[in-house]
Design a protein around this ligand. Structure first.
Ligand code: NAP
Ligand code: F7E
Length: 355
């Protein structure tokens, strides 16, 4: 049904009429290229020899810091998930073999403040992009960034591809919509459209508002005397935290298969927020009890208490497994924030602690 693509390279081999094998680079379009995952995925696709387009939205100041080191190798197109015409133009211009839809309003607490806008970006945005693909280039392979937040108030543990969804935030609800519209376009129009149901994944490029980076940055600030305390919300929540660099490999692998299928991507180990804190502070030789305060304002209206993923299908079918484990991830993030702050101090800038 779908043309088979070699899994080991992002290069296409023309099948007939060539006496010499000629390699044609594949073209990929990434929405959300300025985000954490977009930057790692762009690096991966460039390494694989792809021509990489990135969609960026207009802003009053440029937010290209995560991709500054590869910007010269990328082709950036202005577009917005809220604007159907810009998505049509992006597909018509890039004529991509693969589209990775990573753009979304991705911060869960904000989704209670802006539930309608979250639905527009994170939910309907996927439909707009699928429509552009269906109308302009229906042989494009499509990846949707689905989320473990869809499991929310979990129906079983660990969660796999068959676990029922029970989202607990407007963000989670919007992601369920985007997930099922992806399934629907696959079944209705025979598009090669897949969802990766990714559990939390972090890195030194994570936004400062997410708990992992808030902790690594906050602990580094305290270590350097730039802050005295760190305020957090629910310390008991448990997450299955992996490394973003590992997870973008899984996205790419999903689009190299013979058949479009959805996959859970996780590490299979969960840890509490307080374990993350303990690990980060002890790496810096600090006792977190002396510094961390619980601020009730940071508690959520409805919490997702415990997420734990089963990536068995991804391991069997894609040959994917996580390489970076929890302790390594925490140390990587803390070391990176310490180095970042030290560079800023040496350069004469006064870093602004966000604790
Ligand atoms: P992120 O760092 O917050 O990046 C989000 C990206 O979306 C940014 O590039 C942002 O652009 C862009 N964006 C937001 N609204 C847009 C709009 N209306 N039009 C165009 N672009 C827009 O997120 P991430 O951590 O890389 O996550 C990537 C995707 O995976 C998201 O869809 C997220 O919901 C999903 N996901 C993440 C995780 C995780 O643990 N990281 C787990 C499961 C699923 P600006 O730079 O202009 O703001
Ligand atoms: O919270 C608790 C908080 O904001 C994790 C997004 O990438 O992963 C992410 O969503 C946990 C929650 O991530 C603070 O209550 C305690 O239980 O880092 P987070 P998230 O909500 O799990 C999913 C898979 C996505 O798809 C999302 O896009 O930590 N927590 N104290 C705190 N969280 C934050 N942010 N700040 C605190 O002070």
């Amino acid at each position: 049904m779908f043309p088979s693509v070699r899994a080991e390279a992002c290069l296409q081999l023309p099948s007939k009429g060539y006496s010499i094998i000629q390699r044609v680079p594949k073209t990929a379009l990434i929405t959300g290229i300025t985000g954490q995952d977009g930057s790692y995925l762009a690096e991966l696709l460039l390494q694989k020899g792809c021509r990489v387009f990135g969609m960026i939205r207009r802003s009053s100041y440029e937010k290209l810091d995560r991709i500054a080191h590869i910007e010269k190798d990328l082709e950036l197109i202005q577009g917005d998930l809220l604007d159907q015409n810009s998505l049509h133009n992006a597909i018509a211009l890039a004529r991509p073999d693969e589209v990775y839809n990573l753009a979304a309003m991705s911060f869960v607490p904000t989704s209670w403040n802006q539930p309608v806008l979250t639905g527009e970006f994170t939910g309907l945005g996927a439909t707009r992009l699928l429509e552009a693909i269906r109308q302009i280039k229906p042989d494009t392979r499509f990846y949707q960034a689905s989320s473990s937040e869809m499991f929310g108030k979990v129906r079983q543990t660990p969660q796999n591809e068959d676990t029922a969804f029970y989202p607990r935030s407007p963000y989670g609800v919007a992601k369920v919509y985007a997930h099922f519209i992806t399934v629907n376009y696959r079944e209705s129009y025979n598009l090669f459209a897949v969802s990766g149901i990714l559990f939390n994944h972090e890195s030194p490029r994570r936004g400062l508002e997410f708990v992992s980076r808030k902790i690594s940055y906050g602990a580094a600030c305290i270590k350097l005397g730039l802050a005295q305390s760190l305020s957090l919300g629910n310390l008991e929540a448990r997450r299955d935290w992996g490394y973003a660099g590992d997870y973008v490999r899984a996205m790419w692998l999903m689009l190299q298969q013979d058949r479009p299928e959805d996959f859970v991507i996780a590490t299979g180990a969960s840890h509490s927020v307080s374990e993350f804190v303990e690990s980060a502070f002890s790496h810096l030789g600090l006792d977190w009890h002396d510094y961390v305060k619980v601020d009730p304002k940071l508690l959520r209206p409805a919490e997702v208490h415990h997420l734990l993923g089963d990536h068995g299908k991804a391991e069997r079918v894609l040959g994917w497994k996580p390489e970076v484990r929890f302790e390594q991830l925490v140390k990587m993030m803390v070391d990176a924030d310490l180095a970042l702050l030290q560079r800023q101090i040496s350069a004469g800038n006064s870093p602004a602690p966000r604790v």
